[in-house]
Design a protein around this ligand. Sequence first.
Ligand SMILES: Nc1ncnc2c1ncn2[C@@H]1O[C@H](COP(=O)(O)OP(=O)(O)OP(=O)(O)O)[C@@H](O)[C@H]1O
Ligand SMILES: [Mg+2]
Length: 142
Amino acid sequence: MDLNNLLDKTIDTSDINSLNNVAKSIAQYIQPGDIFFLNGNLGAGKTTFVRLILNHLGWHNEVKSPTFSIIQLYPDVTPPILHADLYRVNNATNLDIEEYFDTYVSFIEWPDVLQGVNSSRVFNCLLNVEENNRSITIRKIT
Ligand SMILES: Nc1ncnc2c1ncn2[C@@H]1O[C@H](COP(=O)(O)OP(=O)(O)OP(=O)(O)O)[C@@H](O)[C@H]1O
Ligand SMILES: [Mg+2]
């Protein structure tokens, strides 16, 4: 499914296969410079979503949560992927994350600490979990 057809809808992802289908669409349509903010509670599935996207790009090695590394780069997939988790970051000014934004597709968990991100394609993904029900809503914000 075209990425545009996924926008502004709340998709039920209680079955992980549904999340995998969304991940497949994302993997097909991303291009360098795209930035995805991943919002949602602890355990909502943000890291899982990035892992599924990377799988569709042909990456079948480990995808660790960047909770401690803050930024994980996957330069050898096409397009190259940046995966960040800013949960423990209080001040993003010395992170030097922006230097990757033009050439990578960036997936950023807990992005609120970032200010004034400059890209023509920024998406907000809201992952929601309540009891056994999960969903994802993707909106284009720039
Ligand atoms: N349908 C589903 N969608 C997403 N995750 C699922 C689903 N079913 C089960 N899970 C499991 O829920 C957990 C989600 O954890 P994950 O680390 O992806 O969340 P997170 O949003 O990145 O959390 P954190 O904010 O702590 O980084 C994983 O163990 C995953 O396997
Ligand atoms: Mg995570």
